[in-house]
Design a protein around this ligand. Structure first.
Ligand SMILES: Cc1cc2nc3c(=O)[nH]c(=O)nc-3n(C[C@H](O)[C@H](O)[C@H](O)COP(=O)(O)OP(=O)(O)OC[C@H]3O[C@@H](n4cnc5c(N)ncnc54)[C@H](O)[C@@H]3O)c2cc1C
Length: 440
């Protein structure tokens, strides 16, 4: 029981989750004059990018066979976020990632940038606030229940945005969701930061591509054969804004019994944390012993939590198909674009399938639930097939989805419509007026 009285509040838009999606959605809706409340279970924004330490903004640049100069093709709210990060010295210049580029961010600067943007937009933010249930009356979602240290907060909202990454609100409302390919999701990764690295020697030995060369993979395989716990051989190591540091995206977390782990299963999520910490030590040892420049390195920290790539997808009015990604499909109701490859984390080597000199668009219907009014959802839990998620989930796109959600919330409020009644084309036009440049 909880004997404390339930506090009640009323807003135009409730945003659950302060990842890239939630921050962009909340700022966009609040700037349009709506009363917006953002609730976030941690004490800071950033989600997978910060708590999960994913560490880079992928999805900004075109992929090319012989990439020489980064060509940014995704715009909008992300540009503002980049400016805020640059002002805090929290973003590297573009670094090579295979056939494209990415920018490494500093997680503290990410938190500060989000705080500043939310404050200047006038968003009311509650940290350490966990959404535990939704108000559902027939098909109408009218807000949510939020648990804080003061007790239960009953939030009534004209529009609720599920930016939890896990489609938590859809699941709570009993709306349809699914997990990966027949329940199997991409593996989690515990990201960590290695300090004390001689980065000049490291770069001289391995080149400037953040995807490590095949020779490093071969040495990992040899170590595996000697019995070391290094289950992933294709790894990514990034220099960062801090001297002497590498951001290490290299672990592949499985259960002790070899099963794939899904973070919406409590036992799996817990085991992923323990296995993740263990594997970090094994990779850090390997780097110290095997990689030039890393001889005197040590683990500075891991993510606050294991990095979760995929859990539930919400069932939307539209579904982004694997074929849409591969074909670079465009659509009149496209509200976000992505040039990012399919980057599927399953098995020993992540599979990367490039989309060269092209991009695809994500239709508005991928964020509108197939049932349920007064509700939008987005981010990595968008309505998409398994391999499409492996492309569509990265950070630049999550900023775009969030901006689209904020714009849709604004138009729905102004025109007194339910989100599903809005034409995606209208959302697209409004996004272009806000600098998304979807028609260029
Ligand atoms: C290991 C790993 C490596 C990655 N590498 C990269 C990379 O290099 N570059 C890149 O661009 N992308 C990368 N990604 C992808 C990217 O980080 C995520 O897909 C992206 O951050 C998702 O954003 P989101 O807003 O959809 O969700 P999230 O970032 O997951 O945000 C959801 C937020 O909601 C909060 N929340 C969840 N449930 C509740 C609740 N019930 N109540 C209140 N709050 C709640 C969470 O705490 C979180 O802050 C990586 C992801 C992982 C896991």
């Amino acid at each position: 029981m909880d004997a404390r009285p339930i506090e009640r509040t009323e807003v135009d838009v409730l945003v659950v989750g302060g990842g890239a999606t939630g921050v962009a959605a909340a700022c966009t809706a609040a700037r349009a004059g709506l009363r917006v409340l953002l609730v976030e279970r941690y004490g800071f924004c950033g989600g997978g990018a910060v708590a999960g330490l994913s560490g880079t903004i992928c999805g900004l640049y075109a992929a090319e066979d012989d990439p020489r100069v980064p060509r940014q093709v995704v715009h909008g709210f992300v540009d503002e976020f980049i400016t805020a990060m640059e002002a805090r010295g929290g973003l590297t210049a573009p670094l090579r990632y295979g056939k494209t580029w990415t920018r490494v961010h500093e997680p503290l600067a990410w938190r500060d940038s989000a705080d500043a943007l939310l404050a200047s937009a006038g968003v009311r933010v509650l940290y350490h606030a966990l959404c535990t249930g939704v108000h559902r009356d027939g098909d109408l979602i009218g807000g949510a229940l939020v648990w804080t240290k003061a007790g239960v907060l009953d939030v009534r909202a004209a529009l609720t945005i599920d930016a939890s990454g896990d489609a938590d609100l859809l699941a709570m409302a009993g709306l349809r969701t699914w997990c990966g390919a027949d329940g199997t999701v991409q593996n989690p990764t515990m990201i960590f930061r290695l300090q004390g690295v001689d980065t000049a020697r490291f770069l001289a030995a391995h080149g400037d591509d953040t995807i490590m060369p095949a020779a490093v993979g071969a040495r990992i395989v040899e170590a595996q054969q000697r019995g070391e716990d290094l289950p992933r051989s294709k790894i990514w190591l990034f220099t960062t804004t801090r001297p002497g540091e590498l951001l290490c995206n290299c672990t592949r977390i499985r259960g002790a019994d070899g099963r794939e782990l899904n973070a919406v299963i409590a036992e799996d999520f817990s085991e992923a944390e323990v296995q993740g910490r263990r594997q970090v030590r094994a990779y850090a040892r390997f780097f110290r012993e095997q990689l030039p420049g890393c001889e005197a390195s040590w683990v500075n920290d891991t993510g606050v939590q294991v990095g979760v790539r995929q859990t539930r997808q919400g069932a939307g009015v539209s579904v982004l198909r694997n074929a849409d990604v591969v074909a670079g499909r465009k659509c009149a109701d496209g509200v976000a674009r992505s040039p990012w490859p399919i980057e599927l984390h399953a098995g020993q080597k992540p599979r990367v399938e490039w989309l060269l000199d092209d991009h695809y668009e994500v239709p508005y219907g991928c964020f509108v639930p197939e049932r349920g009014e007064g509700l939008l959802f987005g981010g990595r839990c968008l309505s998409a097939e398994h391999e499409a998620v492996a492309s569509a989930r990265v950070t630049a796109q999550c900023f775009s989805y969030g901006q689209a959600l904020g714009v849709a919330a604004t138009l729905a409020a102004r025109e007194r419509l339910m989100p599903r009644q809005l034409p995606g084309e209208e959302v697209r036009r409004a996004l272009n007026r806000q600098g998304a440049r979807l028609d260029e």
